[in-house]
Design a binder for this molecule. Structure first.
Ligand code: GLA
Length: 375
């Protein structure tokens, strides 16, 4: 039971799916995510002290963060994200006031649907509202990204926090991660729906593996810049240029670079396909993206591969791929709406038989990023 009357405001920020454009945000590429109705809600009210008191609907304990020493809370088991978010907000020169906040998250943890971004973004927005400050959702996203990097140790790109803060109901977002220009594209799938399925194996954005992939792409960029002085990021390299200079890169670094360059190309084609209503074309790009994440980027794993393959094998499925950082978490599939029930039962049964895990299928819609309400 949430005692809403104990609080002044209700602030939410969304989880997200990424339709396509995986592991390219930190290479300056374009991504194509959408905000979900699964979200983190922060109920907040100023308390006139120098403490941020955080409690959760799902945990018995609460923590009290002293706003004078937020940097000391790195690594805290509970309250780490909130402390990091508050510190980034204050370090950016904003007013921070003591407050009581209750956190309620419907984004499943470890699902690849960006529960951490939803928590960071909603916490920063709630702190702004509690202090009576206006906020710019793009700045909130950037500060949330810093909190993730500095407090969670994941050297992430901007996609999750941007989608969580700036999402629009019913729209996918074609976000250029180099310039932060964002085009909202109505999610028009004709007679199809998006289906989000959790493989049931928690992903661990195992900081180490994620950061390792990122380092490999940085290495590729450093080498290619020698041959192509005009490029400012790996996403600037065209598939033809990469072929021409592929002899400069070896082994894993070449495979990672090939994924990034080809995935960037797929994102533009996918956005065009959606605008034209070519859902079969869009689906084929999703399948190609999954294959590349499996074979070239190596971030899928047995469970996500089995789940994507089961979906792709169903006749009503136009395309399916892993979404998010990988190593577990969710897939996103495009499925003919009239066959959804059959699709769900076929995929669940086949996946369970192959892996022993139970797939969880979410009912979720494409929703707004941050919302603020007086209560
Ligand atoms: C995680 C990161 C994002 C992005 C994706 C992969 O979700 O937080 O910045 O890199 O992985 O596309």
């Amino acid at each position: 039971m949430i005692e809403e009357k104990c609080y002044d405001y209700k602030v939410t920020a969304a989880g997200r799916i990424n339709i396509i454009g995986e592991h390219v945000d930190y290479c300056g590429g374009k991504v194509f995510p959408a905000a979900l109705s699964l979200c983190n809600t922060v109920y907040v009210r100023p308390n006139g002290t120098d403490k941020i008191n955080v409690s959760w609907t799902t945990l018995p304990q609460s923590v009290s963060l002293d706003i004078g020493r937020l940097e000391t809370y790195r690594g805290l088991e509970y309250g780490n994200y909130q402390a990091g978010s508050a510190l980034m907000w204050r370090e950016a020169g904003h007013r921070l006031v003591g407050c009581d906040m209750l956190q309620h998250c419907t984004v499943p943890f470890g699902s690849g649907l960006s529960s951490s971004a939803a928590i960071e973004v909603s916490t920063i927005a709630a702190l702004a509202v509690a202090a009576g400050e206006e906020f710019d959702p793009v700045e909130v996203a950037q500060l949330a990204q810093r909190a993730e990097r500095e407090f969670a140790g994941v050297n992430c790109g901007i996609m999750d926090q941007y989608a969580s803060a700036c999402g629009k109901r019913g729209c996918a977002m074609l976000l250029d991660c180099k310039t932060l220009e964002c085009e909202y594209v109505p999610l028009n799938l004709g007679d199809c729906s998006l289906v989000v399925i959790n493989c049931g194996k928690p992903h661990n954005l195992t900081q180490s593996k994620y950061n390792e992939r990122r380092a490999e792409t940085e290495e590729a960029f450093a080498v290619l810049r020698g041959a192509l002085p005009g490029i400012t990021c790996l996403a600037d390299v065209t598939p033809a240029q990469l072929e021409k200079y592929s002899h400069l890169l070896g082994g894993n670094v070449l495979r990672r670079a090939r994924h990034v360059v080809e995935e960037c190309d797929r994102v533009c084609k996918a956005a065009d396909a959606m605008k034209r209503g070519d859902i079969a074309g869009l689906g084929a790009l999703l399948n190609a993206s999954h294959a590349s994440l499996r074979d070239l980027y190596e971030v899928t794993g047995r469970e996500l591969d089995s789940l994507a393959a089961a979906a792709q094998a169903h006749p009503a499925c136009l395309g399916s791929r892993m979404t998010g950082g990988g190593f577990g978490g969710c897939t996103v599939s495009i499925v003919r709406t009239d066959a959804l029930d059959d699709f769900r039962s076929y995929v669940s049964a086949r996946y369970n038989a192959e892996t022993g895990y139970t797939a969880r299928i979410y009912d979720t819609e494409i929703a707004a990023g941050i919302t603020v309400a007086n209560i």
